[in-house]
Each structure stands twice: as C-alpha cells, then as structure tokens.
Design a protein around this ligand. Structure first.
Ligand code: SAH
Length: 592
C-alpha cells in the first residue's frame, strides 16, 4: 500500500520513508553515440544494450596484450561492423568530440565498465557531470547520473524495474515475476493495438480535412490519441464522460473511446490474443453498428453450433466488485456450467479467467452513449442461444439488481415468454463492498444510521434529484465520478431559482462533509482518495480517474479514519487482498 497526498509535507513524520525514487524515462536512443570505456564482459553487455536501443556504441580501450584477445562478443560486433573501436586510452576531450555532429559532437552517454581504477572512474564521472553528459559507472551509484533498469522486452513492450540501488538481483527477480505473470503475446498485441489507434487517427484526419499532413485529431481522453503521452494519471477525468448526440465528433470520439476502453477493460489475456480479425472488427464496429455479431467481442468459442428444439435457460448473475474470491459459489457454478456467457464490460478480469476455454464469451460494448445499443445486442444474443437450448449466463458486475438493469432483463425475458427459464443470482455489490474495502463502515452507531445508494447519472444523462443532507446518513453515489463537479454543486448549493418549494426546503450538504472516492475496489490497483466535498472535484481532476469508481459521502468516512490537518486530500493506492493466510481486515489495515 502506498500513499501520497497533494499538499506539501510540513515536516517528515517518523513513519515516512526516507528513500529516494528516480524519474523513470524511456530515451529514444536511435543513432546516439554511446562511449563504452573498458573491454570486459560488462562492456560487451553494454554494447548489446546500446545496439538493441538503436544507438551506435563506440568502444575506447587500448589493444589487449598479445596473449589475451579482446572479449569475444566485442570482437564479434567489431567484425560485424556494429561496434566501432578506438584502440587507445580514453582522453578527456573524447566526450566532446566523438558525438553526433547535430549536437556539437558531444557524446550521448558514457558507460564506464571497469572498477579497477577508482580515480579514473571519478575523473570520467566528474567530467561528464560537468558537461551534462549522462554517465553510468559500474557498481558506483554515486558516480552515475543514470542507471539501467532490469528490463523485460517483448516487441515494442518494455517493462523496467529498479530498486534504486537496493539490489540488482532483487530487481531482476521482480522483473522475472512480473514478466511471468503476463500472458504471452502481449508485445504483439501492443503493436497491433497501436496500429489500430494510428489507423483510427489517420481515418479521422482524412475524414475531417480530406488530406494528409495535418496535426493528429485529439480524441477524447487524449490517452490514446497521442504518441508519447504521459499516462501517469491512469485515465483523464473525462475518460467516462457521456457522449451526447449533440457532440458533432461523437462518432469518431466513440470509436477512439471504444478502443481506450478495450485497452482498459478487456482481460490482458484477451488483449494479448488480439488478432487481425479483431482489429478489423474494432475498426469496422462503427461503420456497421447494426451487426450484433461484429459489435460484441467473442473471447473464445468451440466453434460448434448445436441447435436444439428444447429451450435452454438464462442465469442472471452478479460477479462481485472485482476480486474473484468475492464471487458466490452459485455464480461460480453457473460460470462452469454455462454454454454461452454474455458479460458486461465491467466484469472483472479475474472472474473472466475462471471461464472454461470451451465456453463462448461475449463482452458488451457498453460505454456512456452506447449502453442501450449494447444492451439490445446482448439480449438478442441471449434469446438466440436460449432458443437453441443453451444455458446462457448473463454475467453482470456487482449485484445484478443494483444499477445493473437486471430487473429490465427479467422483464424482457418474460415478455419473450421465457420468464420460467430465468434464474437470478445475487452478487456482492460495489455499493456496499467498495466503502468497506476503503475502511468506511457505511453504518455505525452514533455516526451513521442510514445508508443511501444513488446514481450520479440519470437516464439520458439528466442529473437525478440530489439527496438531501441528513447528518447521520451515508450516501454512496455510483456512476458519478465523471460529473463530480455537477454533483457536488447539486449537493451543496441550491438549484436554479424557482425550482419549487421542495427544492427551497432541501437541506444542503456542508462543504466540509467527509467523502471518499473508491476506485477499482478489491482489484490490485484499488485506489482511495479521502477528502471532503470541498476538494473532491479538484482531487479527481489532479489525480485522474481510474474507473470504475464511486463516491461515499458522510461522517462514516471519518469513523475509522482521522484526517491529517492541513491536507486537502490523501490518496491510498493498492489493495491488501483477501488472502486469509495473513488476513488483516482489508481497507482498515491500509489506514494504520
Ligand atoms: N451492479 C453493480 C453496479 C453497476 S453500476 C454493483 O452492484 O456493483 C456501475 C458503477 O458501479 C460504476 O460506475 C461504479 O460507480 C460502481 N462500481 C462498480 N465496480 C466498482 C468497483 N470495483 N469499485 C468502485 N466502484 C465500482
């Protein structure tokens, strides 16, 4: 669990860590000149790393004695012409004369690979620092201006790990474990999805300007629209913003947003298996929106169609908030028994992983502005499969009857004469479990004696009537974070004048009411922002959003948590897990 906060720290508290962290960057080193000083095996490793990044390594090392040849790998690169060698000792002016012409002949980086002569290392380091040339000296962190990460490389995907000098063996072990946890083929998937993004941008640019050469069109969220974009905010606050018909660019925006959401919500395994056909389907999905088959996302299928005259059945089940251990046994059994699973977008990856390979799975292409259409598509798929005699599992996130349209689906199947064939299974709702995982008891004696679950977004995007302030009330707002500013305004200020008596009598929420934003509750990347109504909008704007998330408002937010004076908000990142072997109450432990 890591915490951060927005306000400048007053004085370091004894519990605060004292270690430093580095600015991790990815340097485009193509054609850079890297000086490699020394001719040992580390020099060979650095040469290989430099070449892998597209740089031009230049070895400076005196010729070896007759009886001990140059390191074989260095010699191989020299013979192949990929490594230049100056067979002499290093001279100070080398760093200012051997580099690329366009940057005044200064070299791009220097690697000192031998430790034998500490005086030499210190001299090179000081020289480089003075001329702002990045320098790396083996085993001498104090002499380095940069260190290399332990990296996993898979196509265009690179994952780097550093412990900031705490041990390269440990970093390498962590890197191996991280890499092992990834599905194979993720690098190819990055390349493919990058390609989709570029094609969407190109098509949109052509559609807009009818020509090439213009600046790329900035798509919603920006997170997929620009190369080199900084993703440190996870998602922009507008990531889940409603797309309205009034938005002239809605179609293009939708397509880019759909791609963003594919990247965000599809299980990694599924993303890693993305095929050319999927890419075409994503690109086509808004050219032909009536084709239900193309518009959902088949995960895997046994390819067999076995129509049967006997009616099948429909199980409508909730998958819980995120962690697969929060599935009920009934839903787990249904997952194992179903022939076809029609899952909502938010159904967690850990749950989708439990689906047997033979089962056909479709994930709804649901996002703001497209929910109705996606819902119709899924329901018509469900009907078809039930009439073929199949067991269809409609898997919903959380609980199916809590803002899950579960009731509407039951009605739909009844109207189709299939009421008898429907079973509904409950799920752990995020509305109550997310506050728990954030250490917020939604009711507690003398603090909160009622809890209200609301939506922040009404039908067709109209804001629902705001609940009035009751001091002992906890309110949980689902689907609210994308319009947090509007919601806070409605809770704390009068609506437009003349809105009626009821509005005039409505009690408003004090701005210092504690609240918490709980995102991706029970997922490994759970995040909690603790603040008050006064700062919550600013906090989300600055921290970005990490959907899905909800807002809990009321004194209960401070029942088990004491805010630190002078801090507008505090961010807690990470989920303690449900591992009962070293079980400490999740959420609560996080705050200690
Ligand atoms: N049926 C679901 C709710 C569906 S509405 C349930 O019972 O949980 C979708 C909203 O639920 C999201 O906009 C978000 O507000 C909330 N939500 C779902 N999963 C969440 C999670 N893991 N953490 C925080 N909020 C979540």
């Amino acid at each position: 669990m890591t915490t951060s906060d927005c306000s400048p720290p007053s004085a370091p508290s004894p519990s605060q860590p004292t270690y430093h962290t580095s600015l991790l960057t990815a340097v485009d080193s193509r054609n850079h000149i890297h000086l490699i000083l020394g001719a040992n095996s580390l020099a060979a490793t650095r040469t290989a790393q430099s070449l892998a990044a597209g740089a031009k390594p230049l070895l400076i090392a005196p010729p070896p004695p007759q009886d001990s040849p140059l390191h074989y790998s260095l010699q191989k690169h020299i013979d192949a012409g990929s490594l230049a060698w100056l067979p002499r000792s290093f001279a100070d002016e080398d760093i200012l004369t051997l580099g690329r012409e366009e940057i005044g002949h200064v070299v791009d980086a220097v690697f000192v690979t031998c430790t034998a002569d500490a005086g030499f290392s210190r001299r090179v380091s000081a020289l480089c620092k003075r001329h702002r040339v990045p320098v790396n000296v083996v085993d001498s962190p104090a002499l380095c201006t940069f260190t290399l990460l332990s990296t996993h490389v898979d196509g265009p995907l690179q994952i780097g790990v550093t412990t900031n000098g705490r041990g390269c063996k440990l970093a390498s072990r962590i890197r191996r474990e991280v890499a092992a946890a990834l599905p194979p083929g993720l690098g190819d998937a990055c390349a493919r999805l990058g390609d989709v993004r570029r094609r969407i941008q190109d098509e949109d640019r052509l559609a807009r300007h009818g020509g090439a050469g213009e600046k790329p069109v900035e798509a919603d969220g920006g997170d997929l629209a620009d190369e080199g974009v900084d993703d440190s905010l996870d998602q922009t606050a507008t990531f889940n913003k409603l797309v309205t018909d009034a938005d002239l660019d809605a179609a293009k925006t939708r397509r880019m947003r759909w791609l963003s959401q594919v990247c965000e919500y599809w299980p990694l395994k599924r993303l890693a298996a993305v095929s050319d056909a999927d890419v075409d389907a994503i690109l086509q999905s808004y050219h032909n929106t009536t084709d239900a088959q193309a518009s959902s996302s088949p995960l895997h299928s046994d390819g067999r169609a076995s129509p049967s005259p006997k009616l099948g059945r429909i199980i409508l089940a909730g998958s819980g908030p995120g962690h697969p251990d929060l599935l009920t046994r009934a839903t787990h059994k249904a997952i194992l028994a179903a022939d076809v699973i029609l899952a909502d977008k938010l159904v967690p990856a850990g749950v989708l992983d439990l689906i047997p390979r033979r089962t056909t799975v479709h994930i709804a292409r649901k996002f703001p502005g497209n929910a109705d259409r996606a819902q119709e598509e899924l329901l018509s798929q469900a009907l078809g499969a039930v009439r073929e005699g199949k067991t269809v599992l409609r898997l919903k996130q959380g609980d199916p009857f809590v803002y899950g349209r579960g009731g509407e689906e039951v009605e739909f199947f009844r109207q189709e004469g299939l009421g008898e064939r429907v079973v509904v299974l409950p799920g752990v709702t995020s509305a109550l479990s997310a506050p728990l995982f954030a250490g917020v008891p939604v009711t507690q004696r003398d603090v909160a004696d009622q809890v209200l679950v609301c939506t922040g977004t009404g039908k067709k995007g109209v804001a629902p009537a705001p609940p009035e302030w009751v001091e002992s009330r906890t309110v949980v707002f689902l689907m609210a974070l994308h319009r947090i500013g509007g919601l806070v305004g409605e809770l704390t200020r009068r609506l437009v004048e003349g809105a009626g008596e009821k509005e005039e009598g409505r009690r408003l929420w004090p701005l210092d009411t504690p609240c918490a934003v709980v995102e991706r509750a029970s997922c490994p990347d759970q995040r909690v922002i603790r603040t008050t109504l006064r700062y919550v909008e600013e906090a989300i704007e600055q921290e970005g959003s990490r959907p899905p998330g909800l807002l809990v408002v009321g004194r209960a937010c401070e029942a088990l948590y004491t805010p630190e004076k002078g801090r507008s908000w505090v961010v807690e990142d990470g989920f303690r897990g449900l591992d009962l072997d070293d079980f400490v109450a999740p959420g609560i432990a996080a705050m200690e």
